[in-house]
Design a protein around this ligand. Structure first.
Ligand code: HEM
Length: 477
């Protein structure tokens, strides 16, 4: 079991932040305390300490910080993910778990997800017919955007769409805005730590955040307004999607449980929560597998064995696709979408391991540090799905926090079922339906990371050749 280095003092390693300050990995410690302005930030990269925070002291660390980016994303803290530990969070989290992301609702929306899995195959097949490489960043991000738009709005496209099943201008703008909102969420914006600077936008982040959240809502809110009107006028009576569920929820007096503002902002937050993790993991998984074709072959062989070549892989096959899931899980470990998990704020003074953590500190699990911690993972930089194979069923959740997928505890992700289904279907469909090779004249896929983000510096692209009988490929978007 991994242990952290102990220090003679009863404090984490402390440092005042400056541009040249060392990271906690540089300092050879699994926990440290950095002061940003008046805020103590405590990064953690050891699973033992991570579990002390999110399991043993879960109740203490259930708060979230208030920042400009969080306020903007949640429409003034009306939602769930970025909302402080309060009654609004309790109300919204309960609604999400019991009404929106529940297993029953997941089943109800199965066919909408299946339509988007088919559209993914249709889109990639069209790239082949046009003799083009597939840009896997576009394919994976838009599959995720399509799934959640279909589940929420019963729509793939905001505008006319594209005949090849790919994203139109509107969807590209929508997804790009989602990634900008995410990039700057808790993005070390100077006014988050020195609130008296708010409004001056010294580092330029405030404008990016506000603009991105506006773009997301400009696409979505008119659909919400129109639908509310349809229910009010009696024109709409049948429940078709999650937007209908949000609108028709009632309190004990038979009044709407959610205001239009709550619905709009919660939907924006759900959109933002859905796209980045699965698309990033599968873009990386494909890049790694293209460079290790024996892994690609093994995953494809599993699909042939479990599903065969006479039908397309379905969600009902997921429990039997252990190697495919191990490939996705390994991508999460080695290539997290962000350096840190969402912050958890200490609601009182507490001790983690041997270290005193003052009330108000932000505990941030280092996704990078946990997943690449050599004390937990031998040869940590090697992409090796085998390390996740054990006797039981492979799952994408990781409650022991040896790396972060859906996290755990009372602020853990509510959507492990949906997220796992999306991730597995995305990879499984791509592998089952196509033989993948690097683009012509490329011998090795470039797996360098972007400097300030963790995406591949160059979007992974590859050539996809159909490998099933022609009649199995969808013929319309
Ligand atoms: C697809 C892959 C997804 C992954 C890997 C993922 C991962 C995460 C992570 C790491 C957290 C932070 C947990 C913490 O604070 O410790 C989180 C929180 C959350 N996620 Fe997800 N998520 C995914 C998809 C989704 C989707 C599709 C939804 C909703 C439709 C969603 C809703 C939420 C909510 C509501 C929270 C916050 C819960 C709270 O603060 O009480 N996630 N997720």
């Amino acid at each position: 079991m991994a242990t952290h280095r102990k220090h003679s003092r009863n404090d984490p390693v402390q440092t005042d932040f400056s541009v040249d300050s060392p990271t906690h990995e540089d300092m050879n410690t699994d926990i440290c305390l950095i002061r940003f302005g008046r805020t103590n930030v405590v990064p953690v990269s050891c699973p033992v300490l991570a579990r002390e925070i999110l399991k043993k002291n879960d109740a203490v660390f259930s708060n979230r910080p208030t920042t400009l980016s969080a306020k903007s994303m949640s429409g003034g803290y009306l939602t769930t993910i970025v909302v402080p530990y309060n009654d609004q969070w309790k109300k919204m989290r309960k609604i999400l778990t019991s009404e929106i992301i529940s297993p029953a609702r997941h089943k109800w929306l199965h066919d909408k997800r299946a339509e988007e899995a088919d559209n993914l195959v249709f889109y990639i097949h069209n790239q082949y017919k046009s003799n083009k490489n597939v840009n896997l960043r576009i394919a994976t991000r838009h599959y995720c955007g399509n799934v959640i738009r279909k589940m929420v709005f019963s729509k793939r496209y905001f505008g006319k769409g594209m005949p090849d099943g790919g994203p139109g201008r509107e969807e590209i703008e929508h997804i790009d805005a989602i990634f900008i909102a995410l990039k700057y969420l808790y993005g070390f914006c100077i006014s988050d730590y020195m609130p008296f600077l708010l409004g001056l936008d010294l580092d330029g982040q405030e404008k990016f955040v506000l603009d991105a959240n506006k773009i997301i809502r400009n696409y979505q809110n008119p659909i919400v307004d129109e639908r509310i009107q349809q229910w009010r006028s009696g024109e709409r009576k049948e429940m078709e999607d999650l937007l209908d569920v949000f609108i028709t929820l009632q309190d004990s007096d038979g009044k709407p449980l959610l205001t239009p503002d709550e619905i709009k902002n919660q939907i924006a937050e759900i959109m933002i929560a859905t796209v980045d993790n699965p698309s990033n993991a599968i873009e990386w998984a494909m890049g790694e597998m293209l460079n290790q074709p024996e892994i690609l072959a093994k995953a494809t062989e599993e699909l042939d064995r479990v599903v065969g070549k006479d039908r397309l892989v379905q969600e009902s096959d997921i429990p039997n696709l252990n190697y495919v899931k191990a490939c996705a899980r390994e991508a999460f470990r080695l290539h997290p979408v962000a350096h840190f998990n969402v912050p958890h704020v200490a609601m009182e003074d507490t001790v983690i391991g041997d270290y005193f953590i003052p009330k108000g500190s932000w505990a941030i699990l280092s996704r990078y540090g946990l997943g690449r911690n050599p004390k937990t993972w031998p040869d940590p930089l090697k992409y090796d799905p085998e390390r996740h194979l054990n006797e039981g069923e492979v799952v994408l959740t990781e409650h022991d926090l040896r790396f972060v997928t859906f996290s755990t505890g009372r602020r853990g992700c509510v959507a492990a079922l949906l997220g796992s289904a999306m991730i597995t279907m995305l990879l499984a469909r791509m592998l089952q339906c196509f033989t993948w090779t690097p683009p012509a004249n490329v011998t090795e896929i470039d797996l360098t990371e972007t400097l300030d983000e963790l995406t591949p510096a160059t979007p992974i692209s590859a050539f996809a050749m159909p490998r099933l009988a022609t009649h199995l490929y969808p013929t319309s978007p």
